[in-house]
Write a protein that binds this ligand. Structure first.
Ligand code: TYM
Length: 329
């Protein structure tokens, strides 16, 4: 039997090349070797204010992007989080077994809370929902970018705690491991190499969205900040912006960084940026073609409906086990 993996992406905007390199591309590669479950985590997105109409559109659009990238619904389960009630039910059980201090220490909470005028309680308890996403499917591996490391560690701690509190010597829940890419686990903003590339960045020049036009992509890469050194080097300390572009280049081309650095010796940044723009467009264009076809038909809705049935079957079994162990069923 294949081992199971689980991962999710928030429909809080269109995914960026950071989401793609850090996590989503791996989803496609992994589906042949694992029993994969991929979720559009729309309940995570509402931890910060969302326009309901836009959220609904983004949810469909993200599902279409999963498919357009190559996730195959005959191999993997693709579903929408809110279609499986076990997620919010498990989140409550999990919250009751997590400490307030543990949640307050999450750096994503601190970062996002700093950007909000009023902070919803869901922003704090969000990791409980994420722990639930993973454990409900008995996932052994979770492909994610570097920014999710702390949440994965929390999930592992939670599983140990739950099993020892309620397992009577048996492991009720499976302890997962994060899977992080070697390069591109943390793609940085094109405008500020000290901050992570994010789909919700108010400066749209900082990220490349998977639905940007070739012209926009080229413009954004050409206007990415660099430095005054003028040499393509991989030196995260002194040339963080160029090193970030090299990470993107290496990830998309599957070439070694050293090989790319030697190709651009003495050429300055112009040729390097122009080739990176071409490479990015060549990666994204075929995805967009399939995406546009999918958005024009009914297939996406059918796949979401089918995914909900398959996901519910698995998740409800784990939820029942948790409830029984805790004495509420
Ligand atoms: P989200 O929607 O912010 O990001 C989706 C995935 O993309 C990765 N990622 C990045 N990787 C490299 N560089 C970046 N700049 C970058 N930005 C984002 C993220 O690490 C993530 O893997 N909490 C999660 C969604 C989630 C989830 C889950 C993931 C909810 N439940 C269960 C795995 C398992 C999030 O906000 O991802």
């Amino acid at each position: 039997m294949k081992q199971r993996i689980f991962s999710g992406v928030q429909p809080s905007g269109t995914p960026t090349i950071g989401n793609y390199i850090g996590a989503m591309r791996g989803f496609v590669e992994l589906q042949d070797d694992y029993e994969a479950v991929y979720c559009v985590v729309n309940q995570h997105a509402i931890t910060v204010p969302q326009d309901p109409k836009v959220l609904r559109e983004n949810t469909k659009s993200l599902t279409a992007l999963y498919l357009a990238m190559g996730i195959d619904p005959s191999k993997s389960i693709i579903f929408k989080q809110s279609d499986v009630p076990a997620h919010s039910q498990a989140a409550w059980l999990i919250q009751c077994n997590l400490g307030l201090g543990e949640l307050e220490r999450m750096t994503q909470y601190k970062d996002k809370a700093a950007k909000q005028e009023s902070i919803g309680a869901g922003l704090l308890t969000y990791p409980a929902l994420m722990v639930g996403d993973i454990i409900l499917y008995d996932a052994e591996f979770v492909p994610v970018g570097d920014d999710q490391r702390q949440h994965i560690e929390l999930t592992r701690d939670f599983v140990d705690r739950f099993n020892s509190r309620f397992g009577n010597g048996n492991d009720i829940l499976v302890k997962p491991e994060g899977l992080y890419p070697d390069h591109g686990a943390r793609v940085m903003s094109l405008q500020d190499p000290s901050s992570k590339m994010s789909k919700s960045d108010s400066n749209v020049k900082g990220f490349i969205s998977l639905l940007d036009t070739p012209k926009q992509i080229t413009k954004k890469i050409k206007s990415a900040v660099t430095d005054s050194i003028g040499e393509v080097n991989y030196d995260k300390e002194n040339q963080p912006a160029v090193s970030n572009l090299l990470d993107i280049y290496s990830s998309l081309s599957m070439r070694d960084i050293d090989d790319i650095v030697s190709e651009y010796q003495g050429t300055g940044y112009g040729a390097f940026k122009s080739d990176l723009a071409d490479l990015t467009v060549a990666t994204i264009e075929p995805i967009q073609e399939r995406y546009n076809q999918l958005m024009a038909g009914d297939e996406v809705e059918d796949i979401i409906r089918d995914g909900a049935v398959r996901a519910n079957e698995i998740a409800s079994i784990t939820l029942e086990k948790m409830e029984k162990a805790m004495g509420i069923r």
